[in-house]
Write a protein that binds this ligand. Structure first.
Ligand code: S3P
Length: 449
């Protein structure tokens, strides 16, 4: 990139190569947070190294754990965390800066709710527009004192923690792994059993990672399809060494561009394929994408004591795509991949309909309007009807100016679109890619065979 305000991408005649992804962002946040709660030494191998993960690392450090960055390769980094344990964490001196990271803000609010101290969590302009009533209300009912701006709806969030908290049973009003995780983390500091019920199962990394650290988490599946998670308060989180899988949400950009480019074959190494995260792979396949999955024969055991989330190498080849219809449940399962799925839809025969995507309006940007604006600039046909999107594919995109709106997933969507669009595409505010994928633009140049 020459001009930092704009990235310019030219159409690629061929795409080839092998990609090594950043460590999964959701798993990396949780590994750092749980390491901060566990007494002793934890090691996190292959963590993501984007700005969001650095925010969480700084927050864990500000609470009194020693957080050391070990070897890194630009995409991933290893951490060593030495914590005095949850009961010996100390009140932070300053405001805890979550930067752009909703996961840092929501999960750490859950942790702080059960610590006897006062802390303020804040972030950048984008984070200050993201909803927090969804965590403030349940955590307050557990006995913590929390305040947000504008009648408790927006950050900064001030948390006056309380120990012990009261256990609750809570049904989430929107499918959100961040809300579920915040309550389960607070539940560790409650007397009794805390249950979170969700109508649609969201990513279950917190639950898996608690179990692997010695904390039982029960799952109950109800007849109506809802799932309830229960944690017993007072259980200690144990320190361990864990390897973080490659981020499937980062893989999604290569899967889509590999499928829609007419001359592509890309190999993506070590992709985490947790069943609650792999929806994008299956949705693309149902559109006709040629994605081969070679499971990692030894995802766990040899190098770590972690949960060993399933991992595979994925090979994607040029494909002919057809439109699909996504339900609100599909949207929840692929919540971070909807912008890049919209790009896939621009190349598919027919009209792809995405229903119930309202939560996308509350991400790092309004991703419904932002995705539509960028792809329309490239010549795509997209209609918005409330929280539903319809994309009619089949026309080749043509290079144009797009705006990433300081949102990492929009930046990367429009940048890979530039590899298939004719001529030259520009992406405004491209630095946001480093929120989750610092080496993204290097990888983009490398696959242009
Ligand atoms: C995340 C959950 C999702 C997702 C975010 C990461 C997590 O948010 O969009 O990027 O790590 O728990 P919600 O659970 O609020 O939808």
């Amino acid at each position: 990139m020459t001009d930092p305000a704009v990235a310019t991408i030219h159409a690629a005649t061929r795409l080839r190569g092998e990609l090594h992804l950043p460590g999964d962002k959701s798993v990396s946040h949780r590994a750092l947070i749980l390491a901060g709660l566990a007494s002793g030494e934890s090691r996190i191998l292959g963590s993501g190294d984007g700005a969001d993960i650095r925010s969480t690392a700084e927050i864990v450090r500000a609470l009194g754990a020693r957080v050391e960055r070990l070897a890194g390769d630009g995409s991933t980094v290893d951490y060593r965390v030495e914590s005095p344990g949850v009961d010996s964490l100390t009140e932070p001196e300053g405001v805890l800066d979550c930067g752009n990271s909703g996961t840092s803000l929501r999960l750490m609010t859950g942790v702080l709710a059960g610590l006897p101290m006062t802390a303020t969590l804040d972030g950048d302009d984008s984070l200050r527009r993201r909803p927090v009533a969804r965590i403030i209300e349940p955590l307050r009912s557990m006995g913590a004192d929390l305040h947000g701006r504008q009648d408790d709806s927006l950050p900064p969030v001030v948390v006056v923690g309380h120990f012990p908290l009261r256990a609750i049973e809570h049904t989430t009003t929107v499918p959100s792994a961040q809300v579920k995780s915040a309550i389960l983390l607070a539940g560790l500091r409650a007397e009794g059993r805390t249950t979170v019920r969700e109508a649609v199962a969201t990513r279950d990394h917190t639950e898996r990672m608690l179990r692997s650290r010695g904390v039982p988490v029960e799952r109950t599946d109800d007849a109506d399809g809802s799932v309830a998670w229960t944690v017993q308060g007072g259980m200690a989180v144990q320190a361990l060494t864990e390897r973080v899988p490659g981020d499937v949400s980062a893989a999604a950009f290569w899967l889509v561009v590999g499928a829609i480019h007419p001359d592509a074959e890309l190999t993506i190494r070590g992709v985490g394929l947790n069943p609650t995260r792999r929806a994008i792979v299956d949705l693309l396949r149902s559109m006709g994408a040629d994605i081969e999955e070679r499971p990692d024969p030894a995802p766990q055991g040899a190098t770590d004591e972690g949960v060993g989330e399933p991992m595979a190498d994925l090979i994607v080849r040029s494909s002919t795509l057809r439109a699909i219809e996504l339900t609100p449940t599909d949207v929840a399962a692929a919540i971070d991949e909807i912008p890049i799925l919209c790009l896939a839809a621009t190349a598919a025969v027919g009209t792809t309909v995405i229903r119930g995507a309202g939560e996308l309006r509350h991400k790092e940007s309004d991703r419904i309007d932002g995705t539509a604006a960028g792809l329309r600039a490239l010549g795509a046909q997209i209609e918005i009807d409330g929280d539903d999107l319809s994309i009619t594919g089949g026309r080749r995109l043509r290079g144009a100016a797009t705006d990433g709106l300081d949102d990492h997933r929009l930046v990367m969507t429009f940048a890979v679109a530039g590899l298939v669009a004719s001529g030259e595409t520009s992406v405004g505010r491209p630095q946001a890619a480093s929120i989750s994928y610092p080496r993204f633009f290097d990888d983009l140049e490398r696959v242009r065979a």
